[in-house]
Design a protein around this ligand. Sequence first.
Ligand code: ACO
Length: 319
Amino acid sequence: MIYSRIAGTGSYLPARIVTNDELASRLDTSDQWVRERTGIAQRHIADDSQACSDLALEASRRAMEAAGVSAAELDLIVVATSTPDFIFPSTACILQAKLGAKNGAAFDIQAVCSGFVYALATADKFIRSGQYRCALVVGSEVFSRILDWNDRGTCVLFGDGAGAVVLRAGDAPGIHSSILRADGSYADILSVPGNVSHGKITGSPFLQMVGNQVFKFAVKVLDEVAREALSAAGAEISDIDWLIPHQANVRILEATSKKLGIPAEKVVLTVDHHGNTSAASVPLALDEYVRAGKIKPGHRLLMEGVGGGFTWGAVYATL
Ligand code: ACO
């Protein structure tokens, strides 16, 4: 049997930090409101000169260095993003060129905040099938570009960043199970309902959200899909060393872990200092805890995402 295994992790946050107080200086909000409702204290915002592929490149280089993998060895590159450099070519192809990689396939996945989990599950299937042996899986976002910075109900929640993992073929898991789900009938509660057509923007280019409905939906499906992924691997909740949920906000994380019966000390939490970075949030959180020496080889991880679409999913893996 062929399995895929995470061989290295990396991440990147742009240098510029925007605190809640800075937002409160130009919006009708406060540090106290944002912290109490979301747990977020600050977010990183990309410089205008940085595109999604630039953030992805930094995170990828760090993951490849950690894995000891060169660009020539990569035969699959999957980038999860909702804020690509262009309509086309894909950000994965742009990243491939920036890395100087030439072999295999490169494509983007669009599943918003579940994007990394979708990308990881997809790359795992390709490796398990024997088609590819060394994949770079990236979540990268410049969400700051699709926010209305005058809308206090949404702009305080998000930030920019990137995270990456290298997946290698091996003879033991690695990834035990993955479950992906979607329900397009919930499209209206979280969307950027705009496009470019005939040289003009049609609809709205800014993120729109019905916050309380998103909150309830996220907690419900993160609970369900965690149980499905564990069941598919023949594992129990008590087997998990670390729950790595999509870093949307602390209240969603707390409600999800409470519902699952997972103690707070086993729940990875990074949203406080980078906000919701959409597809980047899970690999960013994973890399931060790996580099801090908290997540160690042999630990069992349950990674979960939920986002616009609606999409959601979970991957259960041994590091
Ligand atoms: N500062 C101050 N006041 C605010 C702000 C703000 N930034 N934003 C909204 N308010 C006000 C509202 O206008 C409202 O005022 P009103 O009562 O006078 O009308 C009041 O605060 C309460 O607003 P609610 O929307 O009811 O507040 P709620 O407690 O639901 O918190 C929040 C809003 C934080 C968005 C919450 O619904 C939430 O966390 N939802 C989940 C959304 C999320 O995480 N989305 C991320 C993308 S989806 C994903 O990643 C899965």
